[in-house]
Design a protein around this ligand. Structure first.
Ligand code: ADP
Ligand code: MG
Length: 346
C-alpha cells in the first residue's frame, strides 16, 4: 500500500485505516507505525492525538454509513493502537533528546561562567591592590595640599573616582567569589521588604510594584546582604527595562522536584525549593543576547549606563546558595527571572 507521502497526515491516516478495513494488511500496520512517528515530528501535541484519531475514524465511518461507528472502531483497533504506540515512543525519544541537549547547554554555560569568574576575580584582585596604592598616595598628597586650592579640589575628585572604581571591583570580586560566605536563615519576604524600602524613592512612580507571596514565611540559607543586593540588582534592571509605565511583580512559592513526577533542572538535586520570581512588563530581551546576559561585563546599555555586572553578581549569589536561576523573555512583552533555592526548614 502507498499511503501517499505527499498527502497530509490526516489524509494518510484515513487511507491506511481504509486499507486495513479492506485487507487487514500487515502493511497498513507498518504505515501506521510510520505515521505515529511522523506526527511527533510534525509537532502534534499529545493532548491532540485523541482528537486526531477520532477525526480519522469519523471520516472513515462516513464511507461506511451502514455500519455503526463503534463496530468500525473495533475492527480497526490494531492500526489505531499502532499509531498511538509509535507516537508515544517517538515522543518520549524526542523529549529525552531535548532534555539531554538542554543539560549539555547548561553545563557548558556553567563552565563558561566558572572560567570567567576565575579570570575576572584574578584581575579584580590585582586591580584592587593597585587602587589601594592610588588611594593611599592621593590621600597623602591631599594632606599636603592647602585646603581650598585647585590641587586640593582635584585630588578630592581623584579620591572620589578611585572609590567608585573600588566599588566596581568589589562587585567583580563578588561574582567570582568561591569561598563560603556567611550563610544564615533568611526570610526572602523580609529581604524583599528591606530591599524595596532601600530602593524607595529612587523608584519612579510610574512603575508599580506587586507582590504575590503565596507563602511569606519561606526561609533559605543565604548571606542577608547578598540577598538584598540580588533583589536590588534585579529590580533596577526591571526599572530600566520599563521605559515609561509598567509593573514589576515579585512572586514567592515552593516547588518540589521528584524524579518520578517533576524532574529537577539538571543542575539541582531533587527536593523542595523556594521559588522566587521577578517579572517585569518591560522591553524584554532579544533571543540573540539572552544566552549572554549573565556573563560579567555583558551589557546592552550605553557606555556609562551599565557595567554589565549586575546579573553576573546575581548569578554568583544564586550559585553560592546552591540554587539555580533562569530567564524567560519575549521581546516587547517583558521578562521573568526565576530563582530556585533549597528550602531551609529549621
Ligand atoms: N529585566 C530586564 N529586561 C530586559 N533586559 C534585561 C533585564 N535584565 C537584564 N537585562 C539585559 O541584560 C543585560 C545585563 O544586565 P546586567 O548584568 O544587570 O548589566 P547592566 O544592567 O549593567 O547592563 C542588560 O544590559 C540588559 O540588556
Ligand atoms: Mg544591571
Amino acid at each position: 500500500m502507498n499511503a501517499g507521502d505527499a498527502a497530509s497526515p490526516s489524509l494518510q491516516y484515513v487511507q491506511l485505516l481504509r486499507e486495513y478495513w479492506q485487507h487487514n494488511g500487515e502493511e497498513a500496520l507498518i504505515c501506521a507505525a510510520d505515521l505515529g512517528k511522523k506526527l511527533v515530528h510534525a509537532g502534534l501535541p499529545p493532548e491532540d492525538i485523541g482528537e486526531f484519531q477520532q477525526q480519522a475514524l469519523v471520516t472513515l465511518g462516513r464511507d461506511l454509513p451502514a455500519i455503526a461507528l463503534e463496530e468500525v472502531a473495533e475492527r480497526i483497533t490494531p492500526p489505531l493502537i499502532e499509531v498511538l504506540v509509535a507516537y508515544g515512543l517517538a515522543f518520549r525519544e524526542q523529549t529525552e533528546l531535548r532534555y539531554a541537549l538542554d543539560i549539555e547547554k547548561r553545563m557548558e554555560q556553567n563552565h563558561k561562567m566558572e572560567a570567567l569568574g576565575t579570570l575576572s576575580a584574578g584581575i579584580a584582585h590585582d586591580f584592587n591592590t593597585i587602587l589601594g596604592v592610588i588611594l593611599g598616595y592621593t590621600e597623602m598628597t591631599l594632606d599636603l595640599a592647602p585646603v581650598g586650592t585647585p590641587t586640593h579640589r582635584n585630588l578630592q575628585h581623584v579620591i572620589a573616582a578611585t572609590l567608585r572604581a573600588r566599588d566596581l571591583v568589589a562587585r567583580i570580586l563578588a561574582f567570582g567569589r568561591r569561598s563560603e560566605i556567611c550563610k544564615t536563615p533568611v526570610r526572602i519576604a523580609d529581604s524583599l521588604d528591606e530591599s524595596l524600602a532601600m530602593l524607595g524613592m529612587t523608584l519612579p512612580p510610574s512603575v508599580v510594584l506587586r507582590t504575590e507571596l503565596v507563602q511569606s514565611d519561606l526561609v533559605v540559607l543565604a548571606d542577608p546582604g547578598e540577598m538584598q543586593q540580588l533583589i536590588v540588582d534585579l529590580t533596577i534592571n526591571a526599572v530600566h527595562a520599563i521605559a515609561e509605565r509598567g509593573v514589576i511583580t515579585f512572586a514567592l512559592d515552593t516547588v518540589t522536584f521528584d524524579p518520578a513526577t517533576q524532574p529537577a533542572p539538571p543542575e539541582l538535586p531533587p527536593g523542595e525549593y523556594v521559588r522566587f520570581r521577578v517579572r517585569d512588563s518591560g522591553c524584554g530581551i532579544s533571543s540573540s543576547v539572552i544566552d549572554r546576559i549573565f556573563e560579567p561585563f555583558f551589557t546592552t546599555k550605553a557606555v556609562g549606563h551599565g557595567s554589565g555586572l549586575g546579573l553576573s553578581v546575581v548569578y554568583g549569589i544564586v550559585q553560592r546558595m546552591g540554587g539555580a536561576i533562569s530567564v524567560k523573555s519575549e521581546l516587547g512583552h517583558g521578562t521573568e527571572f526565576e530563582m530556585l533555592y533549597p528550602r531551609f526548614i529549621a
